[in-house]
Design a protein around this ligand. Structure first.
Ligand SMILES: Nc1ncnc2c1ncn2[C@@H]1O[C@H](COP(=O)(O)OP(=O)(O)O)[C@@H](O)[C@H]1O
Ligand SMILES: [Mg+2]
Length: 285
């Protein structure tokens, strides 16, 4: 059984099954062994059989949408000509969901994700985030909401190269204005959550791509955002590392009460989404 298969059936799989594949793959190669060990420690954090949907059904989580997008359009002015990039987007994201946007390059995924995160505003239409009208807030107001309540993950990790994993995560707490006395515990917790407790003092260049992306996740969730936005977070990773990232996403949805909206075009990854929006030329089909 491959790691991807193991990871997809994790809620049903026995713990021994979860452990066997990564360990087997690691034989004789210290670099892979580290990856395998990290995967095992990751899996231990995943509550057995308690999916995000199960938590919702138990009433622990509100079912009001955290994000509502209505008739959103985005036009750019390119060389004096209007370029119609988003052409009437409607979507809803419920709390504790893993929502994916799929579409070819140039279809408008990043443009939409930027708007969900308050980095950009629609030319027309409405975006409501947790009861607030993003389409009406000014830049400062949106920036404040974004700093406090939203986390971002990018394809290229976006870590500070001279800072250790620990310092990178700490930086995000500083930016969000979290009191310094809370940093130590929170940084340690987040790095453990992504399976990097033994890599805390490494700098990005001393980490694999998958490990760097996991630092980026720890950094993005440290200030306890309600919403995590990830733009092709696995595009530069092989299938095993991508599976680890998705396992981390499932863990943090269940344990940190975060909602995730991500873009991807990897069909294997799409299988674990609660909902997939398929984008073609600025519209959902
Ligand atoms: N700031 C901008 N100015 C002009 N055109 C843009 C801008 N941002 C994106 N676009 C255009 O919008 C289209 C969609 O881009 P993008 O949202 O990045 O797509 P995707 O993420 O699906 O690859 C592309 O044709 C791109 O060139
Ligand atoms: Mg893009």
């Amino acid at each position: 059984m491959g790691l991807l298969t193991t990871w997809k059936s994790k809620s049903k799989a026995k713990q021994s099954e979860l452990k066997s594949t990564p360990s087997g793959a690691a034989e004789g190669d210290p670099a892979q062994l580290e990856t395998a060990v990290s995967t095992e420690s990751l899996m231990q954090h995943i509550p057995d059989g308690e999916s995000a949907a199960a938590l919702r059904n138990k009433g622990k989580v509100s079912t009001e949408p955290i994000m509502t997008v209505s008739s959103v359009e985005r036009m750019f002015n390119v060389g004096g000509q209007p370029l119609h990039v988003l052409k009437g987007i409607n979507m809803q994201v419920l709390p504790n969901q893993l929502v994916m946007l799929r579409g070819r390059s140039g279809s408008g995924k990043t443009t939409l994700l930027n708007m969900l995160g308050g980095l950009d505003q629609p030319s027309k239409g409405e975006i409501w985030f947790d009861g607030r009208p993003f389409h009406q807030l000014n830049d400062n107001e949106r920036t404040r909401v974004r700093r406090m309540e939203i986390g971002f993950i990018f394809q290229a990790y976006a870590l500070m190269p001279l800072l250790s994993a620990w310092e990178n995560v700490e930086l995000s707490l500083r930016m969000a204005g979290v009191p310094k006395r809370e940093w130590k515990e929170r940084v340690a917790h987040c790095l453990k959550l992504v399976g990097l407790e033994r890599r805390m003092h490494h700098r990005p260049f001393e980490l694999s791509g998958g490990e760097q992306q996991r630092v980026a996740i720890a950094k993005a969730i440290a200030h306890r955002p309600k919403l995590l936005l990830a733009d092709e977070p696995t595009a530069e990773l092989d299938s095993q590392m991508s599976a680890q990232i998705m396992a981390v996403f499932q863990t943090i949805i269940a344990t940190e009460q975060v909602t995730i909206c991500m873009t991807t075009h990897d069909p294997t990854i799409l299988e674990v989404a609660d909902h997939v929006y398929e984008m073609v030329d600025g519209k959902f089909i």
